[in-house]
Write a protein that binds this ligand. Structure first.
Ligand code: SIN
Length: 286
């Protein structure tokens, strides 16, 4: 039994859950409620939570094994937690997560779920946007769906975390957080452009502007027009929602069918978030 309720944020994506305290051990009914809500709404929001590191990790572990995110230093003593920090003095700089992306698609086994805890949030601004890649896929014509199902995307973290990537220069908000550019980021990883969600069987687009840079067996210049069309399509108003953080908010998103973007409209304010990430399976089109 659970008294939990969920209020959808938009028809396509996002639901706010009330009536669950994530800092306590959850009942089977509460866990089932959250899991189903995530499958139905792709991203779920909780307000007014207080999570220490152990409690935060316990929430992540409801979905699988936690992984250390590459290229960012973890919280000391907690390899599965990292902080996303932008300081008040970091003005006119790119912010971590500021470009639309799905977590860790530069790996063979990208992230399954991410759990973000809002520790310090700006009085205004700093919202996070989420896009439903299932709705984006469904809205395409049968001809375009068929074309995309025959394509493979090539992903890399190089433009973010490579030796000459965004985080290797000083136009980035990384004073407060520890990002480690590396030659490892140059690795290229292939994923189907359309993937099937292993739990729901629904298909979703699986490319993103941050990490997908061309289609397999095609040049970047050849891939760009179609990729740019998809990136624009995927962020149409009817596929996205926008979450306004308050201190103690917790957001859980399913990386198998969403992408997200942290807005950067709060210069002069401090924003501190903590994230745990659940490791995923290898994306497949079934
Ligand atoms: C991220 O995990 O990509 C960052 C999201 C955010 O800071 O809102």
């Amino acid at each position: 039994m659970t008294n939990a309720t969920i209020k959808p944020l938009t028809p396509a994506i996002g639901g706010e859950i009330d009536g669950i305290n994530l800092s306590t051990p959850l009942s089977d009914a509460e866990i089932a409620f959250i899991r189903q809500a995530l499958l139905d709404h792709h991203v779920v929001f909780f307000r007014d939570q207080t999570l220490d590191h152990a409690q935060h990790k316990a929430v992540g572990k409801l979905f699988g094994d936690l992984v250390k995110v590459p290229f960012v230093e973890a919280v000391p003593g907690h390899s599965e937690i990292f902080e996303i920090i932008k300081l008040p003095e970091e003005r006119d700089v790119y912010n971590f997560g500021g470009n639309w992306h799905t977590d860790m698609t530069y790996m063979q086994n990208p992230a399954l779920v991410s759990v973000l805890y809002g520790d310090e949030v700006p009085p205004i601004g700093g919202d996070t946007m989420f896009a439903s890649l299932e709705d984006a896929y469904s809205a395409l014509s049968p001809g375009m769906q068929k074309l995309l199902e025959g394509l493979t995307g090539v992903h890399t973290a190089d433009r973010s975390y490579g030796k000459s990537g965004k985080f290797a220069n000083d136009t980035i908000a990384d004073e407060g957080m520890d990002v480690r550019p590396s030659e490892e980021a140059a690795k290229q990883i292939e994923h189907p452009v359309v993937r099937t969600h292993p739990e729901t069987g629904r298909k979703a687009l699986y490319v993103n502007p941050n990490f997908t840079f061309h289609f397999k067996d095609m040049m970047e210049s050849e891939s760009k027009p179609l990729l740019n069309y998809l990136f624009q399509h995927m962020t149409r108003d009817e596929f996205v929602c926008r979450f306004r953080w308050t201190p103690g908010s917790v957001v859980i998103w399913d990386n198998r069918c969403t992408m997200h973007r942290a807005l950067n409209d709060y210069d002069g304010h401090r924003r501190v978030m903590r994230r745990v990430t659940v490791g995923g399976d290898q994306p497949k089109l079934i």
